[in-house]
Write a protein that binds this ligand. Structure first.
Ligand SMILES: CC(C)(COP(=O)(O)OP(=O)(O)OC[C@H]1O[C@@H](n2cnc3c(N)ncnc32)[C@H](O)[C@@H]1OP(=O)(O)O)[C@@H](O)C(=O)NCCC(=O)NCCS
Length: 185
């Protein structure tokens, strides 16, 4: 378990967690924001998604985001490090706070901080990268709070709802994270 201030990150208990994610990944707005598949993800597809992440061959970590500031921990989303490269000490990161009722309340930023801290302190990584739609201002704002900086732009990277959208490439070095954490003190 990885502990944050508002959330804890725990391994999924198994593919049955896929049942929970249906309402999340099949929400039209969320699917747009995560540049997900243009069609509904079946339970079988979500189980495959999870099974792949539970395999030892998965070069990463997939964890469930649970609230810590509620009477009982509530599973509100998933977060993962993928493409982990021990050689280059780098990884990609992805997050989904699936239940909209929990958006904009600091859970996502806390989950990102907790996993990035684990990546730098426990996995000795040096660089974490992500790609985000430029229009996803909540996500961009949240990542900037953690210390990510915009490093590039992928023009017309996603075609969604009949329109092209640019994506931003954002990166976080260990030094950026340490500086951002110090600025919070
Ligand atoms: C993106 C996501 C992880 C952010 O987590 P969150 O818990 O909602 O966000 P937080 O409350 O931690 O932080 C959001 C920041 O954006 C700001 N914000 C909130 N709503 C906003 C909006 N509509 N537009 C711009 N900024 C917004 C908040 O004020 C906060 O900034 P602050 O800390 O300076 O006040 C979460 O909203 C999510 O999973 N969304 C759906 C899927 C998605 O977009 N995933 C990421 C794909 S790259």
């Amino acid at each position: 378990m990885i502990r944050g201030e508002k959330v804890r990150l725990v391994p999924p208990s198994g593919v049955d967690f896929a049942k929970v994610t249906g309402a999340w990944v099949n929400d039209p707005l969320t699917r747009h924001l995560i540049v997900g598949p243009a069609y509904q993800m079946s339970l079988a597809a979500r189980e495959d998604f999870l099974r792949e992440r539970l395999e030892p061959s998965f070069k990463g970590i997939y964890l469930v985001i649970e609230t810590l500031d509620t009477p009982e921990p509530v599973a509100i989303g998933g977060i993962e490090l993928r493409q982990v490269s021990p050689e280059h000490r780098s990884a990609d990161i992805g997050i989904l706070v699936g239940d909209r009722a929990y958006w904009g309340r600091g859970y996502g930023t806390d989950a990102m901080r907790a996993l990035c801290r684990f990546a730098f302190d426990e996995m000795d990584l040096n660089r974490i990268e992500l790609h985000v739609l430029e229009v996803n201002t909540r996500a961009v704002r949240s990542y900037e709070r953690v210390g990510f900086v915009v490093e590039g732009r992928q023009r017309q990277d996603a075609y969604l709802g009949g329109h092209y959208y640019d994506s931003l490439v954002m990166g976080l070095l260990r030094a950026d994270f340490v500086a951002a954490e110090q600025a919070r003190q």
